[in-house]
Design a protein around this ligand. Sequence first.
Ligand code: NAD
Length: 241
Amino acid sequence: MAQRDVYLVIGGSGFLGRHIVEALKNRGDTVSVFDIVQRYDDTPFYSGDISDEAQVAQALQKSGATCIIHTASPQHGIEDPALYWKVNVEGTKAIIAAAVACHVSKLVYTSSAGVTFNGPDIVDGDERLPYPEKPMDAYNDSKAKAEQIVLEANSKGGLLTVALRPAGIFGPGDRQLLTTTIKVLEEGKAYIQIGDNTNMFDMTYVGNIAYAHLLAADKLTPPSPKDMDKVMEIFSRPLSP
Ligand code: NAD
């Protein structure tokens, strides 16, 4: 039987990270949290900043992690491009370097559906969509760069990597979507409408996104030549209009 992974959830004090931690604990896995903020005291916690490789490496060594789930990011909407770059780009590089140095075998990264969006509608989009030439904003630009760094690190130094792209996330513990919506209502801005009221946006329940991260970690094994043939075939199909 395959050895069970030991997990370090980076950003595990956050909205999605906490749901991932709970889902792992509910199925009996060993899990620790790495974050700049501690919000829960029921899980081994390592305080640190992902842009500091030594702090990440220390948490990896102490926790004995074999799988990192990296959900840390400053929230969307902050007017600080340098912070997004430092945490999402430099921080993700530091996580990968620490993971390789500590012989971690898996890294699951929470990207964002926004990495391929900069205004025009996306209908039936999938992984084949290119990154836009002009990113929507500094947050999405940094998420796209981080995602590329994670994917390029795949199969190097013994590390397997995967990135997931959630769109809007809702559910218990949300600190962004509902607070922003209530603020809009309180400020009387609800009368502003963009478009003709037919636009749609993907929203996913946080428990389902957490489950997707567990599945991604479970399935993260080197692909067989047959799997690779299937992937190449899918990617050679034309994008729907
Ligand atoms: P969140 O703010 O609730 O959680 C992020 C966590 O990361 C926080 O606990 C924060 O303290 C931690 N963190 C931030 N900077 C850090 C640093 N330098 N070092 C260590 N920890 C740090 O956010 P969330 O809504 O749970 O989002 C989780 C992930 O999902 C993010 O990567 C985000 O980009 C992505 N995402 C979120 C949504 C959404 O609708 N919430 C949609 C798409 C993608």
